[in-house]
Design a protein. Structure first.
Length: 142
């Protein structure tokens, strides 16, 4: 299984029959790939990713966004859904192969953290929301 960079734009253009000629141009495939890789390493949501990339110059440089606008979370989510499972599997296999070639990982096993934390559900009430508002306003006025 090899992955060519041309595979990703082709997969992204298959979202809609006329996506090549109609609508605004989306972020380049390389930016999408780098942001998806960053999302998986940071293990957060697309909204977290957008916020972190916007506020971190190193992430902007890594994703090759630099001075351009950071793609929003909704756009990134749609692009991630457009990439089929095959493309993502090829991408992960290629990344692991590169890491093995450079001696970063051995690639023999994977550790997964399956910790679950139980928590009570706190339903908002009118008095609770009012108390939260008073607390925030008091903090701001100080």
């Amino acid at each position: 299984m090899s992955l060519r960079i041309e595979t990703v734009p082709h997969a992204l253009q298959q979202r809609h029959p006329r996506s090549r000629t109609h609508g605004r141009p989306g972020p380049p495939a390389e930016v999408v790939l780098r942001m998806l890789g960053l999302k998986h390493t940071r293990d957060g949501s697309f909204a977290d990713l957008e916020r972190e990339v916007r506020g971190n110059l190193l992430y902007c440089e890594f994703t090759h966004i630099e001075a351009e606008k950071v793609p929003d979370a909704k756009n990134l989510g749609r692009r991630a859904q457009a990439l089929e499972r095959e493309v993502l599997e090829k991408l992960h296999v290629r990344i692991v192969a590169l890491a093995q070639d450079h001696g970063v990982v051995t690639g023999r096993g994977m550790r997964v953290d399956t910790t679950v934390v139980e928590s009570n559900i706190h339903y908002p009430t009118d008095s609770g929301l009012r108390g939260d508002g008073v607390r925030v306003l008091t903090r701001l006025m100080k």
